[in-house]
Design a protein around this ligand. Structure first.
Ligand code: FES
Length: 189
């Protein structure tokens, strides 16, 4: 009742008989509705509504907080092997933190098809010994590691742009940019 009396006292200064006021600080916003009694009122059956809620505005956050550190990203585009009816090739897009994963793992983690029929059941699991995880880097070669000795052995007579996804590190932790990958270049139509 003490709080109610306080608001009634304040509202008696306000006119017309009902008004709304908002106050806020860094943590809470407060909205109170005031009612004033008519001069001749002697029945204390008026009601007062009062509510407090956390202020969701960004300005209420502590202004001294450091922004979260961001790591450089590599944006990857994977081009499919078969064209759609309109002649365009499907493209899957994924982003990965630079230098943290092999291309093979990024593709498998995102359900992007890497292996053709034989490789699906007979691949070496990323050991570099089956030669079935072939991709072609159409753009962004400079954002990847150099071809490994294993790749050089497999791709002696193949295009320079071909890579084994299980030997290809995406990014070097400090670079960022776009890499465009043709899936299963050996089967592209
Ligand atoms: S998964 Fe076998 S060589 Fe890449």
């Amino acid at each position: 009742m003490a709080a109610a009396a306080s608001f009634l006292s304040t509202s008696s200064i306000l006119h017309p008989s009902r008004s709304t006021s908002s106050t806020s600080n860094t943590r809470l916003s407060t909205r109170a509705t005031f009612f004033s009694f008519p001069n001749n009122c002697n029945k204390p059956n008026h009601t007062i509504s009062f509510s407090c809620s956390a202020d969701p505005s960004p300005s209420s956050a502590a202004s001294t907080d450091e922004p979260p550190a961001t790591k450089p990203l590599i944006e990857l585009q994977f081009i499919g092997t078969k064209p759609a009816e309109d002649g365009s090739f499907p493209v899957d897009m994924v982003s990965a933190i630079s230098g943290e994963k092999l291309l093979r793992n990024i593709m498998l983690d995102n359900n992007i098809e890497l292996y053709a029929a034989y490789g699906k059941v007979m691949n070496c699991g990323g050991g570099g010994s089956c030669g079935t995880c072939i991709v072609e880097i159409m753009e962004g070669q400079e954002l990847l590691n150099e071809r490994t000795d294993t790749e050089k052995r497999y791709f002696k007579k193949k295009p320079e742009t071909w890579r084994l996804a299980c030997q290809t590190i995406v990014g070097n932790k400090v670079n960022a940019g776009k890499v465009v990958v043709q899936r299963m270049p050996q089967w592209k139509k």
